[in-house]
Design a protein around this ligand. Structure first.
Ligand code: DMJ
Length: 645
């Protein structure tokens, strides 16, 4: 090799130079080195010194990473192993799952080194821990938005807050794979699986009763092993279609689909209630169409939707309550020309969606007209609406009574949900919703005695009443949904307080099941928070509390909500399950020895209650994502419209 001609090239030849013979004494070597050093030019000496200094600096800089890496190897190994056993809940910090082919090779040291370059060692450990513990503990959503380096509260599956620094210590000390944290993960996963399976079993049991004794009819009467007819349209079967799809009950779904394809006809001389058939039948068919892509359900939805339209032919454009879907005529109930406010304002999600799918604006126009009129009406109390509206003059009637329960409840729910469905653009809906929530806070919220449960009472001609319907328990879920969509954070605080109250309406009963209506005690010295009147002790298998538990769990990941739902499901199974098939409403939630079965399984038990329980126990946020779907008031998910902007 020829040295390059340039003079700044440093050439060192340390052995066998010159004529000096080999002498291995220390002194000779020292003198020889010194002589050679002196023989170098000034430039050469400076360059050598510069290189040595540079090497020293590099050595110092890499020292901590290398030592940290070496120290971290056993823990990293542990992390990788445990991650491969458990499914990642925070996938971006875990290895990609292998989709096909051979199992993955063990990670090579060079790969680990690469991953260490993503951040300083301490931060890396944090990220790994977070991913690592994702199956064992649930990271509070709010914690995710915290800056790196801040404390992250982690909640164990028992609901206890764990100090993240303690987890760090445990991991550094070489925690074993079967550490309590990982055992909890496995238990937690197992309980998710078994709870989901319990809901499926419950559904199958209900379905068995319906199939054996009420097939194709509206409702099962499980005690008398017969059926009840309301509209004569197979209400339970239609209401349950999307539940079967979501629960993955393919066989049951297919037999129901066959019935819809071959037996279901709306060309019948029957009177149906506009609201009930819209939320259960139209909503159920639209939702099933969206989930399955099967146009059979869309065709049926168009058919029933168009047959319901005569209801809007009223002097005021406020629809009548009843329609004869065979004759195309509509009318109010025999005793009044009023409609219920909740009914005329809780059909909008379904008819708007029907217009979007059919490109026929008549459906949306009809229901939007109702909303516009109600928006402008006098007679509200701080955004709260009365319970009745007249179909002739379009005015509120029976004014002065305000409730969040029967006859008004879903008005509030649909203000928010229409706003969400339409991409959060309609300010009128939003303003009416926000004003109503303020109205609730101002006029209806009180605390019970002795335990200070927050409850929503009623107002009657200026007088506050401590009565609260079970129906009101939709409200925590709706408030939480609003907060999730950017509405004030105090809505979530209130949602949590009311959720606790709704749970107590179950927990404080002898059967662990809520009555239809409760009254809260407010006077000092009360011995219990909740009283139930004799006539209000029934339970109709209603969904509102488990519906709200689903929302609260989705948004907070607080495991207590799953636990509460689990208790409720167990009590439904204990007190309302009929051995020959089906579940029954009961008359007395206060008598565990004889809850007094009513011999009726409402269609919403399959359409709503079991669906929300299933979604509550699932830890998959994409199973009907709340950023893609909005549930109608009968738990039928409809898509949030894609933005056209
Ligand atoms: C259902 O039909 C709907 O949830 C409605 O909004 C209220 N009543 C029942 C369930 O309780």
């Amino acid at each position: 090799m020829h040295p390059p001609p340039r003079q700044d090239y440093v050439s060192l030849s340390l052995a066998g130079q010159g004529g000096g013979g080999y002498n291995n004494s220390k002194q000779w070597r020292r003198q020889s080195c010194w002589r050679k050093w002196k023989q170098l030019s000034r430039l050469q000496r400076s360059l050598i010194l510069f290189i040595l200094v540079l090497m020293f600096i590099c050595g110092m800089a890499t020292y901590p990473t290398v030592t940290e890496h070496l120290r971290g190897l056993p823990d990293a190994e542990h992390d990788i192993d445990s991650n491969s056993v458990l499914r990642p809940a925070i996938p971006h910090v875990l290895p990609e799952p292998v989709k096909q082919g051979r199992p993955p090779l063990p990670e090579q040291p060079s790969q680990r080194k690469l991953s260490n370059k993503r951040g300083p060692p301490v931060l890396q450990n944090r990220l790994q821990r977070k991913g690592n513990t994702s199956d064992t503990v649930v990271v509070d959503k709010a914690a995710d938005s915290k800056k790196e380096g801040e404390e992250e509260p982690i909640i164990s599956w028992r609901g206890a807050v764990i100090d993240t620094e303690q987890v760090t210590e445990g991991t550094k000390d070489g925690e074993k794979e079967d550490s309590p944290t990982n055992q909890e993960a496995i238990i937690s996963k197992e309980s998710e699986t078994s709870r989901l399976e319990t809901v499926r079993e419950s559904f199958r049991h209900a379905w068995k009763g319906y199939k054996d004794f009420a097939w194709g009819h509206d409702e099962l009467r499980p005690i008398s092993k017969s059926y009840g007819e309301w509209f004569g349209l197979g209400l339970t079967l239609i209401d349950a279609l999307d539940t079967m799809w979501i629960l993955g009950l393919k066989e049951e779904f297919e037999e129901a689909r066959t019935w819809v394809a071959t037996e279901l006809t709306f060309n019948k001389n029957v009177d149906v209630n506009l609201f009930e058939s819209t939320i259960r039948i139209l909503g159920g068919l639209l939702s099933t169409y969206h989930l399955t892509g099967d146009t059979l359900f869309l065709d049926k939805a168009k058919d029933i939707g168009s047959r319901l339209m005569p209801a809007f032919n009223t002097p005021s454009k406020i629809p009548y309550s009843d329609v004869n879907i065979g004759k195309g005529t509509a009318h109010p109930p025999r005793w009044t020309s009023d409609s219920t406010v909740a009914e005329v304002t809780s059909i909008q999600l379904e008819f708007r969606e029907l217009s979007r799918l059919t490109q026929d604006p008549q459906y949306e126009a009809a229901v939007a007209e109702v909303m516009n009129q109600v928006h402008k009406l006098d007679g509200k109390l701080d955004g709260l609406v009365p319970m009745f509206i007249n179909t002739n003059n379009g005015q509120f009637t029976h004014q002065g009574i305000y409730t969040l329960g029967a006859r008004a409840d879903s008005y509030y729910e649909y203000l928010l949900k229409q706003w969400i469905q339409g991409g959060k653009k309609d300010n009128q809906l939003l303003e009416d919703y926000l004003q109503a929530i303020e109205g609730i806070k101002k006029n209806m919220l009180q605390k019970s005695s002795p335990n200070g449960l927050t409850f929503v009472g009623e107002v009657s001609h200026g007088q506050f009443s401590t009565k609260m319907d079970h129906l009101v328990c939709f409200l925590p879920g709706t408030l939480a949904l609003g907060a999730h969509n950017g509405l004030p954070a105090d809505h979530m605080d209130l949602a949590k307080e009311l959720m606790e109250t709704c749970y107590q309406m179950y927990a404080q009963m002898e059967t662990g099941l809520s009555p239809e209506i409760v009254h809260f005690n407010m006077h000092q010295g009360s011995i219990r928070d909740i009283d139930v009147k004799l006539a209000d002790r029934h339970n109709l298998l209603r969904p509102e509390t488990v519906e709200s538990l689903f929302y609260l769990y989705r948004f907070t990941k607080d495991l207590k909500y799953q636990q509460w739902g689990w208790e409720i499901l167990k009590n439904f199974n204990k007190y309302t399950k009929v051995s020959s098939g089906g579940y029954t409403s009961i008359n007395n939630v206060r008598d565990p020895d004889y809850p007094s079965p009513q011999d009726k399984m409402e269609s919403f038990f399959l359409g709503e209650t079991l669906k929300y329980l299933y979604l509550l126990f699932s830890d998959d946020p994409d199973l009907i994502s709340l950023d893609q779907y909005v549930f109608n008031t009968e738990a039928h998910p409809l898509p949030i419209w894609p933005s056209t902007a």
